[in-house]
Design a protein around this ligand. Structure first.
Ligand SMILES: Nc1ncnc2c1ncn2[C@@H]1O[C@H](COP(=O)(O)OP(=O)(O)OP(=O)(O)O)[C@@H](O)[C@H]1O
Length: 253
């Protein structure tokens, strides 16, 4: 059994002329939180979609929980929980109805589902809102419900695509407390974020720029290696370096 939940070797995705993900090599240990950072359009979602088994790669290799993303996408889908950037639950259904619906889609038995819903609404603070129509929840509460749905079937690998974008600080804190508690259960978490305070909580982070993984490792070690105090500082420095080298390359042709 591998100690890694995720392995990418030269993983690449091309859309016509655009290389959205460019030969990424990455290993994520089981039971850890890995944060992906990078500007808009840098390839984060494309990488995630490949790892979910919903977007075939152009070249390279990827495995999730030991399953090849090209050969076994269906097995991967059963073992992962995914929360997308956009709220994708049914707005006209209540909180409870959404949870019951997703539980049935995952094929969770009635008694188990009841137990899971009780546990998840308790830890996310949704217990008092079970009968509220989901469309009337504010942004932070909608995200808590989406997290509950992604965790219902006890996935071994949880993918969160910008889960806290536009969410208030209290909801963000609750969110991250839950994410961190998953470490104890050996759940591997892959999360994209633009918030540097969230990145510092992750066990390891990667910074993607134009589809390439420029930096990868433990946040504090990365800061030391690059002689910077904050991740913001580092990422601005990296982007400037990359821009300067692309201008240099264009100029030298
Ligand atoms: N289906 C597609 N067809 C063509 N180009 C695409 C497709 N999906 C993504 N791209 C392009 O691939 C690149 C990477 O996009 P991607 O959505 O993965 O970035 P991202 O880092 O997730 O961005 P954001 O932070 O805005 O969500 C972009 O140039 C985007 O326009």
């Amino acid at each position: 059994m591998s100690e890694y939940a995720i392995i990418c070797e030269g993983l690449t995705k091309q859309f016509g002329q655009i290389i959205a993900v460019n030969s990424i090599n990455l290993k994520i240990k089981k039971g850890t939180i890995y944060g992906i950072l990078g500007p808009n359009g840098s390839g984060k979602s494309t990488l995630i979609h490949m790892l979910c088994g919903v977007l075939p790669q152009t070249s390279g290799y990827g495995s999730v929980l030991g399953y090849d993303i090209r050969k076994d996408p269906e097995k991967i889908k059963q073992r992962i929980g995914y929360m997308s950037q956009k709220f994708s639950l049914y707005l006209e259904l209540t909180v409870l109805e959404n949870l019951q619906f997703y539980g049935e889609v995952y094929g969770i038995k009635k008694d188990k589902l009841k137990e899971r819903i009780k546990h998840l609404v308790e830890i996310t603070g949704l217990s008092d809102r079970l009968n509220q129509r989901s469309g009337t929840l504010s942004g932070g509460w909608k995200q808590r419900l989406a997290l509950c749905c992604a965790l219902l079937h006890e996935p071994d690998f949880l993918i969160l695509d910008e889960p806290t974008a536009g969410v208030d600080p209290v909801s963000r804190r609750i969110f991250w407390d839950i994410i961190q508690s998953l470490r104890e259960k050996e759940v591997t978490v892959l999360v994209t974020t633009h918030y540097m305070d969230e990145a510092l909580i992750c066990d390891e982070i990667g910074f993607i720029y134009f589809g390439r993984l420029l930096v990868n490792g433990k946040p504090n070690e990365i800061l030391k290696q690059h002689h910077v105090e904050t991740l913001d500082e580092l990422f601005i420095k990296l982007v400037k370096q990359e821009e300067a080298s692309s201008i240099f390359q264009k100029g030298s042709v």
